[in-house]
Design a protein around this ligand. Structure first.
Ligand SMILES: *Cc1c(COP(=O)(O)O)cnc(C)c1O
Length: 949
């Protein structure tokens, strides 16, 4: 092991381990295993041409050098991004804490109570501030939230509107351009027209089903939309409002003047700018639309003994189940950032949030007064934080820009020569005086340094907020750092993350997120950069993005990369739109069908529909592979209409299908493209790649294969890589002059987390990455070898080996004993493990992906645990254990049950809580018993208020 290289620390298996494991698997070398696993005709002939690996120490210097190339100016550009103060207690205990950032989406509620509570705090804060009863637990960004609002309102059209085929959304012209651009990308394939105009001149008509407004609007002006909303409602049009959440501490919230949907970003709730992302969008609506809300909703529920707890509610709405009928397609969202924003609300409470908002507003009012005295005319009649000035005759915007830049200040320069700025939480007296000086000097005026900002408010009473918010006790109790730190700790103790044990979720690749990859995220020169600063202030980011894009091209074998999509599902959508644009350009725009194997992940069909296609499903054979005869038949049947095949490789069954090259050729022969879902790239890197195999486009889940942590359900990065002919159609950005196929608010999506992937690639190097892939495959095959004689493995490749993950058979167990895969998942919690992937892609099974990062000791412990559970299952089968009262169906056993005076089970407490010796060393005390999955859906309680009683 070369301990100075990350690969020696990242990969859990050493040479000695390898021999032991190979013996168990029954092959003589790692090379033999790989040869027998990956078809020869897709094996790369030479190693990837990546730069030589940097040591962890060298990378730290390298990234610091890049970060220094960014210039951190004081930035007032606004337009959806505002500097903010991340409370140190949140930065240190949440953002930089692996318990929070390495946990998975909280599907397993019993070991996720901490983050579920944090997310319901977020929902409660959003619900309070917007005055809407229901909020979800985050979307990708403000612009995609707008697109989701459009889709949701379209689905909710009245019968009359459906009959009239109403397909127009009225959009007020003063909406952020990036929001309009993404809405446009998403509306076109759905046949929805966006009609942009002045809201004051809006006249309802039969073809309009909804309206979108921004509050305060894109200029910063606060309009009174109450009458407009009444008029829209009278015409049966829904009204969705993009609102600045912080401004709602002072402004009458949209929920109080009739909005149906309120959405926006929560970035200014303590989330660094990160050159545009990640941050969490929020989405709030009326209770009656709960079944149409995109994304996840956390709700209250109870465990089986009646203890209040939390869970993800209404899960049946998900694309996993609804597939091509899904109305939204959110898997990875922005959980970690929502968690942080929720904690920001908890830490500040009503008084704190109001005083931050009030200070921002006071500063703006104060500056308006002062700067007006220099001869500038402020044109926002009502505003929260944003001023827009017409310049005095003798002053040009260029002059102001020059002076501002000399003082390291970025202002907002409007198209028509106006100059403005948005005040933020960090704007202090010193900054105010610099701003004053810029405007004074440009106008040739003297100015008096301010020595105090008085509390001021110029918001008209009718537009002022009078109602309270954040009144739940959680927003009142944790305002000291000690209390806050302990609250965060109390929550994180309730969660299983990678800091506890292996998380073997198949398809999710829960590998190490190395500290040396994570450290750069806290560098001020990477945290504090606004996405719209002049390019020369973001040179470090630009270079990082360029280098990373080049590396990803090398790894995928493709010619172009877009880092814009903020999740795998968003990548799928983007890739399909790129394919459509290309087909259109060659006169093949009529190709509107996507062929998808039956085993595909639910996001695939959902993406296809959202991207304006229909789906054709292709069967799989009994080995789990694409049924070649059916494929040929479906391609032939649809040869003139087929746009693309969407295929996951290795398949969602974890198998390297041997016919993949032929599959690509068959699809190409009819003039269609091949989209490769790259969720399973961890089995390809360095050994094969989508470009070499013959695909045209793939997405990568950087939060799976490329070491970005899962964050409890986001952030994610789902870049797409494409072949040469598709490069011209990659997403643009409206603020950089081209809005074609734009899919996210920020030009580079979640740029702030790219240093993780960059570090992973640059520190692992070609050899390390290739070893990682080999080890991932080795580990999965080792687990398969150890569990095949008990549970059994559902699918294997041509030579009897699995890829980087494997599906454990549980259906026979259910038949024989009544024990389900879910019972096994819950029982694993008593042993300190998070469940593998449940019932995907095959119902009644568990899919296990160990990744390369686990040590042999941990793999062996997991195997011991699985075998012990097998024994427990046999006890039920042999009637040694009670069919109705056994450790499996009663699992998990929470701490409060174990210590209870009464114990009425037919087995001992020790068997329940300490079923094998190793648990004693690393016991995870589950906090709640099995969560009631129906109660929380029957009565949805999406905030901390209210209860079942
Ligand atoms: C994870 C996954 C996706 C979805 O990716 P997100 O980033 O969660 O949107 C799509 N396809 C497959 C096969 C996956 O495993």
């Amino acid at each position: 092991m070369k301990t100075d290289l990350l690969s020696g620390r990242h990969i859990g298996i050493n040479d000695q381990d390898i021999s032991l494991m190979l013996r168990k698997i029954g092959v003589s070398s790692l090379d033999e295993l790989i040869e027998k696993t990956i078809p020869a005709n897709i094996r790369l002939k030479k190693p990837l041409a990546l730069p030589a690996p940097l040591s962890e120490y060298q990378f730290r210097k390298h990234i610091a050098g890049l970060a220094r190339k960014n210039k951190k100016y004081t930035t007032y550009i606004g337009m959806g991004w505002y500097d903010t103060i991340t409370p140190a207690v949140i930065q240190r205990n949440v953002f930089e804490n692996p318990v929070w950032y390495t946990s998975y989406t909280p599907y397993q509620a019993e070991v996720s109570q901490g983050r579920l509570e944090a997310l319901i705090n977020f929902q409660t804060a959003v619900s309070d501030l917007t005055a809407m009863p229901l909020a979800n637990s985050s979307l990708l960004d403000e612009a995609t939230a707008a697109a989701e609002a459009v889709s949701m309102m379209y689905a909710l059209r009245s019968r009359a509107q459906q009959k009239a085929e109403a397909n127009v959304v009225f959009v007020d012209e003063n909406i952020f351009p990036q929001t309009l651009a993404v809405m446009t990308t998403r509306a076109i394939p759905q046949g929805i027209e966006l009609r942009v105009g002045k809201y004051r001149e809006f006249e309802p008509s039969a073809d309009v089903f909804a309206c979108i407004l921004q509050y305060p609007n894109a200029n910063g002006n606060v309009e009174d939309y109450a009458k407009f909303t009444q008029k829209a409602h009278a015409a049966d049009c829904k009204v969705a409002v993009a609102a600045d959440l912080l401004s709602l501490a002072l402004l009458a919230p949209p929920g109080e003047w009739g909005a149906d949907i309120v959405f926006g970003t929560t970035q200014r709730f303590g989330i660094p700018l990160f050159y545009g992302g990640p941050s969490a969008a929020y989405f709030a609506t009326r209770d009656e639309y709960k079944r149409n809300v995109p994304g996840r909703i956390i709700g209250q529920s109870k465990d089986k003994y009646g203890k209040t707890c939390y869970r993800m509610a209404l899960q049946t709405r998900e694309q996993h189940i609804k597939r091509e009928k899904a109305t939204s397609n959110i898997c990875t969202a922005q959980a970690l950032l929502a968690t942080m924003a929720g904690f920001y609300a908890v830490y500040h409470g009503q008084e704190g949030i109001r005083s931050i908002a009030s200070r921002i507003h006071s500063t703006a009012v104060f500056l308006e007064k002062q700067i007006s005295q220099f001869g500038y005319k402020q044109i926002n009649a009502q505003y929260f934080d944003t001023l827009r000035f017409e310049l005095p005759e003798q002053v040009s915007a260029q002059q102001i820009r020059t002076i501002a830049l000399s003082k390291e200040v970025n202002l907002r320069y409007y198209d028509h020569g106006d100059v403005g700025f948005s005040i933020n939480e960090t704007t202090d007296l010193e900054a105010v005086n610099v701003l004053l000086s810029v405007f004074a000097i440009a106008a040739g005026k003297d100015y008096q340094k301010a020595d105090d900002i008085p509390t001021l408010c110029n918001i008209r009473t009718t537009l002022r907020r009078t109602s309270p918010f954040l009144t739940h006790e959680v927003f009142c109790k944790y305002h000291t750092e000690t209390e806050m730190m302990r609250y965060i700790k109390r929550l994180d103790r309730k969660d299983i993350s990678l800091a506890q044990s292996m998380i073997s979720l198949g398809s999710c690749t829960m590998k190490l997120n190395a500290a040396s990859e994570m450290l750069p995220l806290s560098m001020p020169e990477l945290m504090g950069i606004h996405p719209l600063v002049p390019e020369d202030q973001a040179e470090g980011y630009r270079e990082l993005i360029q280098n990373l894009s080049d590396d990803l091209k090398t790894i995928t074998g493709f010619a172009g990369v877009s880092l814009q999509p903020n999740s795998g599902a968003a990548g799928e959508y983007t890739g399909l739109r790129v394919i459509h644009s290309y087909l259109e350009s060659i006169g093949q725009g009529h190709r509107r069908k996507i062929l998808i194997p039956a085993s595909a992940h639910g996001t695939n069909p959902a993406s296809a529909i959202q991207a304006g296609f229909t789906t054709v499903i292709c069967a799989c054979d009994e080995h789990g592979n694409v049924d070649m005869n059916d494929l040929r038949a479906k391609v032939e049947e649809n040869k003139d209409e087929l746009a693309a095949l969407m295929i996951t490789y290795p398949s969602t069954h974890g198998i390297f299908e041997t016919d993949i090259k032929e599959i690509c050729e068959i699809v190409h022969a009819c003039g269609a493209q091949v989209y490769m879902d790259g969720a399973n790239m961890n089995a390809q890197v360095g050994l094969t790649n989508p470009g070499f195999i013959g695909a045209d486009v793939c997405h990568l889940n950087l939060h799976k294969t490329f070491a970005i942590p899962h964050g409890g359900g986001g952030p994610g990065v789902g870049p797409i890589a494409v072949a040469e002919h598709l490069v011209p159609f990659l997403p643009g950005h409206t603020l950089f002059g081209n809005s074609k196929n734009q899919v996210s608010s920020a030009p580079f999506g979640s740029a702030g987390v790219l240093p993780i992937t960059y570090g992973y690639i640059r520190m692992m190097g070609t050899e390390g990455l290739t070893q990682a892939t080999q080890t991932a495959i080795l580990n999965a095959n080792y687990l398969a070898a150890c569990l095949k004689d008990t549970y059994g493995i559902v699918y294997r490749g041509a030579n009897g080996f699995v890829g980087h993950e494997m599906i454990l058979e549980c259906r026979k167990i259910h038949e024989e004993t009544g024990i389900t895969e879910n019972d096994i998942a819950k029982r694993l919690m008593d042993y300190g493990y998070h469940a593998p992937t449940l019932s995907f892609p095959v119902h009644g099974t568990l899919m296990i992906e160990p990744t390369e990062s686990e040590s042999l000791a941990e793999l062996n412990n997991f195997i011991d645990v699985m075998l012990n559970i097998w024994k427990e299952i046999q006890e039920v089968k042999n009637r040694e254990a009670d069919k109705e009262d056994n450790v499996l169906i009663n699992a998990p056993h929470p701490e409060y049950e174990i210590v209870n005076e009464e114990w009425e089970h037919s087995y001992t407490r020790e068997k329940a809580a300490y079923p094998i010796e190793s648990v004693r060393e690393n016991k995870f005390w589950v906090n709640v018993a099995r969560v009631d999955n129906t109660l929380g859906d029957r009565k949805l309680l999406p905030t901390r208020y209210g209860s079942f009683d």
